[in-house]
Design a protein around this ligand. Structure first.
Ligand SMILES: Nc1ncnc2c1ncn2[C@@H]1O[C@H](COP(=O)(O)OP(=O)(O)OP(=O)(O)O)[C@@H](O)[C@H]1O
Ligand SMILES: [Mg+2]
Length: 232
């Protein structure tokens, strides 16, 4: 295990996070008081059956919604009090996302999609595209770099989304089934890139996976059931 794993301040600390959807009869308690920490360089797998709250958790950790109660600390700073502009800035600079649905911009090429977070951070176009191509190469997509996103297969789009999440070296990487659409070989390749990236660059990685083999290769697994973490 990487020595960075045991660093002092956790990248992420979650305290008693709860979240529900809907009202009255239709109310769903998606998260019921979840607490955990994630450290730099550490890869955590959240596992559990469909509907147990995994995506809801990543969504909240990604500062895309406010929890009903509880607190999220990013590098020790409480996030629920932060104003929208602070949250947006942190999201752009410090968090890399791989969603269950990729949300690529279809009028952009693969490399333009990957370059987006760098462009937002003020990196000049040529340099951003150069960096984007480096990540696409690691994910086996060199020959697809200039192809429009809507002309790529589902698995290729997923790998582009992963390159986009890594390109600006975020502190926290959130990945919802990052290998869900991939065949075994590409699933391994993507997983290797994520693990190596965590080891080399030290972000905390939190991923959701239904693949027990991949979950085993993570530093730890947090099994979830009905909106809570449970013993394995
Ligand atoms: N926008 C929403 N409105 C109402 N209910 C929702 C909404 N999003 C999620 N839920 C409900 O919250 C619960 C948790 O959903 P979530 O998407 O977090 O599950 P999951 O563990 O990611 O499942 P999967 O493995 O199928 O992706 C489920 O009961 C789901 O139906
Ligand atoms: Mg989900």
């Amino acid at each position: 295990m990487n020595s960075k794993v045991n660093g002092a301040t956790p990248v992420l600390r979650v305290e008693n996070l709860s979240h529900s959807f809907g009202e009255g009869q239709a109310r769903v308690e998606a998260l019921r008081g979840v607490s955990f920490e994630a450290r730099a360089g550490e890869v955590t797998a959240i596992v559990g059956p469909s509907g147990c709250g995994k995506s809801t958790m990543l969504y909240l950790l990604g500062l895309l919604d406010q929890p009903d109660s509880g607190e999220i600390y990013l590098r020790g700073k409480p996030m629920t009090q932060a104003d929208d502009s602070t949250r947006t800035a942190l999201r752009n600079k410090s968090i890399g996302f791989v969603f269950q649905f990729h949300f690529l911009i279809k009028e952009f090429t693969a490399r333009e999609n990957v370059a987006m977070p760098l462009r937002k951070a003020g990196v000049l176009s040529d340099e951003a595209l150069f960096q984007a191509e480096k990540f696409l190469k690691q994910l086996g997509l060199s020959d697809k770099a200039k192809r429009f996103a809507n002309k790529l297969s589902g698995g290729e789009q997923q790998r582009v989304a992963i390159a986009r999440a890594l390109v600006n070296s975020p502190d926290l990487i959130l990945a919802d089934e990052p290998t869900g659409n991939l065949d075994a070989a590409n699933s391994d390749r993507v997983f290797d890139v994520l693990l190596k990236f965590a080891r080399d660059n030290g972000p905390a990685v939190i991923l959701v996976t239904h693949n027990p083999e991949l979950a085993k290769r993570c530093d730890r697994r947090l099994p979830m059931l009905d909106g809570k973490f449970v013993e394995e």
